[in-house]
Design a protein around this ligand. Structure first.
Ligand SMILES: *Cc1c(COP(=O)(O)O)cnc(C)c1O
Length: 394
């Protein structure tokens, strides 16, 4: 395979990855995006910012995370399975890498307040965590339907000192929370940073969040080479909601010969079933009905329950550098149990999608016997244990 080293570098000046990305925002927010782009560009080329970020990820976040060689699962599947263990970070998922980066950038920009939106609450909890550590004021917008469904995460955010503002307009879920957060940002941009949770939204977010997650792929590549006598894995697999853990993982391997595989939930397969369009500030693939209305995504995993996908994944799919597949709820539940019993690792429902693909594809042309696979275990299953209990014994 020819290696294209322009991939997963900087986007174009207008924030595009091929035909995707860009900056589709109300006029009033364009200066805020430009300010952020300038601040991140400057910070990311400043060794002292990079050093401080690396130090925080090490001393607070628990990095580097290990790669685990799954001998029992490998034997069962006939492929060698290596897991990149983001489930072992502080807070238990890769989200910490992004929020620590954005909180550090917030202080560098001289801002003291952070806003975020959250659906299931995981990004809200992560943002509240980083803000507490930096002493930043934190306001999290959340649809009031979600506030009710996710009472424990609401409590966690409050424990961490954040203010949770329930949103009662529209469908009272994530997309209404995003609208409220944007309204806040228009009015408060002088003092406030908007902390986005994935490789989504207008430029520079998809690029910036991927860079903050790049550490996952770069660590994994070095760890794999150590385990594989200098070789790279044949396949690199990650689940895709907005696509940040996958983007960070792929960034470490895009210039190798590894095949990159993103796994979407069947009910939210924006690349699998979506069409190109603009949503939440950038052009990508999204789920739409025949009238162009954005459809609600549906998945047992709240973290993947999103109708769109980050624009860089749309680009990687369109040029054929990465492949996107999907997994359904039943096989995901089965995969969670197989990994728990075989390796003593209970995955979150999101990465259980990637495990489900692994179980289904192993030994077929899609993933031939004898291959080596690096799979990003994006988070631990504790947060989902109660839901899984009810799903298994209704
Ligand atoms: C939030 C979350 C995801 C989905 O987000 P991406 O941006 O697609 O990575 C995946 N796994 C876990 C454990 C999460 O918490």
């Amino acid at each position: 395979m020819a290696v294209d080293d322009s991939l997963m570098g900087m986007p174009s000046a207008s924030g595009r990855f091929g035909d995707f990305g860009g900056r589709y925002m109300p006029e009033s927010l364009v200066p805020a995006c430009l300010e952020l782009e300038e601040a991140f560009t400057e910070a990311w080329s400043d060794a002292s910012f990079r050093d401080e970020y690396a130090r925080l990820l090490r001393d607070y976040g628990g990095r580097p995370t290990p790669v685990t060689d799954c001998t029992r699962l490998s034997e069962r599947l006939g492929v060698r399975v290596l897991l990149k263990r983001e489930d072992l970070t502080h807070t238990g998922s890769h989200k910490i890498n992004n929020v620590v980066g954005q909180a550090l950038l917030t202080t560098r920009m001289g801002k003291r307040r952070v806003i975020a939106e959250t659906g299931a609450g995981q990004h809200g909890v992560a943002t509240a965590t980083a803000c507490a550590m930096f002493g930043l004021e934190c306001v999290v917008y959340m649809g009031d339907v979600d506030v009710e469904r996710q009472a424990l995460n609401v409590f966690r955010m409050k424990l961490l000192g954040a203010e949770v503002r329930p949103v009662s307009s529209g469908s009272r879920t994530l997309k209404d929370a995003i609208n409220e957060a944007l309204r806040d940002w228009v009015a408060s941009v002088e003092t406030t940073h908007y902390c986005l949770g994935s490789v989504m939204g207008p430029h520079p977010y998809p690029w910036m969040v991927r860079e903050f997650q790049r550490v996952v792929g770069e660590e994994a590549r070095d760890q794999c080479r150590e385990l594989l006598d200098g070789a790279d894995p044949d396949y690199v697999v990650a689940c895709v909601g907005g696509g940040s853990n996958a983007a960070g993982t792929f960034a470490g391997f895009v210039d190798t010969n590894a095949r990159l595989v993103g796994v979407e939930p069947e009910g939210g397969a924006a690349i699998g079933h979506g069409v190109p369009g603009v949503v939440h500030g950038s052009r990508s693939f999204l789920l739409q009905d025949e009238h162009g209305q954005v459809l609600e995504a549906r998945s047992i995993s709240a973290g993947l329950d999103y109708p769109g996908v980050g624009p860089e994944h749309a680009h990687l799919a369109s040029i054929g550098r990465a492949t996107y597949v999907s997994a359904g709820d039943a096989e995901v539940l089965e995969a969670l149990q197989v990994l728990a019993r075989t390796e003593g690792i209970i995955p979150a429902l999101e990465p259980a999608h990637a495990v489900a693909w692994l179980l289904r594809a192993a030994g077929t042309d899609e993933l031939p016997t004898g291959s080596t696979v690096l799979l990003t275990m994006s988070g631990r299953g504790d947060k989902d244990a109660e839901q899984v209990m009810h799903l298994l014994s209704p």
